[in-house]
Design a protein around this ligand. Structure first.
Ligand SMILES: [Co+2]
Length: 334
């Protein structure tokens, strides 16, 4: 799952971190761990690698089962079920974004949308909060432009992974991604970025831009998702419709009993990881949609927007997660 870069303004993740630390003691220990090296947190490499291993098995499974015109909800639920069968948990709802929707589309409980076009399958697995994040793109139309875009994103990711490392410039990675895409006459989406990952934190502070952004930051020890998005269009996204994907931002009290029940469930089951209305409806029935709205209005939940390419051209995505530790780099999701 990607991170939107607001260009200058504080990224959303930082805003909610402030909200968390000012309103809820329970998050403060986790917040202190942000932007620290792996040595300073008792990280569990076994679990990081196991989460990655499950994603790599599921990448193969997805390639077998994706078919044009299957219901997106069936695809999402097959993937989420398989994650659980393999002893993992979804780190966020499976994102199945089509054509000019770059990211953050997950089927609603009653969704009738069928797979078509240029489909991005972006999913994550966690083991006790240790996350692996990956994605694949499919051309379901036999369309040469789609195929070229997918190749541009995949090649850009391959080339980026070759130069990721401790102490290496984050900007060099962005430059490499941009250069590779331009060799396909494609452009990176400049306001979607890769991101550092921490324990129960999908977006943990560092952004990894997909173009020559001039950032001076360097890679430190830690976990990073590298995720270039390629398009022949303008190369930026805007916030579209609400996605039905939510994230807990504040545990403060809410009056309505159904909202309170959902909030307790979310805290217990998902903690700070994203979840979706489809999962909540499955647990509480359709009345839960009202509870979700109350939690959003009350400031307990943030709802992500679908991210749409501004010129409505198709977008392809490729993504892998790496762990940088003791000078070494391992791709966990391959
Ligand atoms: Co991601």
């Amino acid at each position: 799952m990607t991170e939107k870069n607001y260009g200058g303004a504080a990224p959303f993740r930082k805003q909610i971190k402030e909200a968390k630390s000012s309103s809820s003691l329970e998050f403060s220990e986790k917040d202190k761990k942000q932007k620290k090296g792996l040595d300073e947190i008792d990280f569990d490499k076994q679990k990081i690698l196991k989460a990655g291993h499950i994603t790599s098995e599921i990448r193969e499974y997805v390639k077998e089962i994706v078919k044009k015109d299957m219901l997106l909800i069936d695809l999402a639920e097959k993937i989420e079920r398989r994650i659980i069968q393999l002893d993992g948990k979804p780190a966020f709802p499976v994102n199945l974004s089509i054509n000019d929707v770059a990211a953050h589309y997950t089927p609603a409980f009653d969704d009738q949308t069928k797979a078509h076009g240029l489909l991005k399958v972006d999913f994550g697995v966690h083991i006790d909060g240790w996350i692996a994040d990956t994605s694949l793109s499919f051309d379901l139309e036999g369309n040469d432009e789609n195929k070229k875009l997918i190749l541009a994103a995949e090649k850009a990711l391959d080339n980026a992974l070759k130069i990721v490392g401790e102490g290496k410039s984050i900007n060099e990675v962005g430059k490499e991604i941009q250069k590779t895409m331009e060799s396909y006459k494609a452009f990176p989406i400049t306001n979607l970025t890769g991101h550092s990952i921490s324990h129960y934190e999908l977006h943990a502070g560092f952004s990894v831009p997909n173009y020559n952004s001039g950032t001076r930051e360097k890679f430190e020890e830690g976990i990073y998702a590298i995720e270039p998005f390629a398009t022949f269009g303008n190369g930026r996204i805007y916030d579209g419709k609400p996605s039905g994907i939510y994230e807990l931002i504040d545990e403060k009290n809410v009056r309505s009993p159904i909202a309170r029940k959902i909030l307790d469930f979310v805290i217990d089951k998902y903690s700070t990881l994203p979840f979706c209305s489809r999962w909540i409806v499955k647990e509480f029935g359709q009345g839960a949609m009202f509870g979700l709205k109350q939690l959003e209005d009350n400031g307990n939940l943030h709802q992500f927007s679908q991210l749409i390419e501004v010129s409505h051209r198709n977008v392809a995505q490729a993504e892998h997660t790496v762990i940088i530790e003791k000078g070494k780099v391992e791709v966990t999701t391959k």
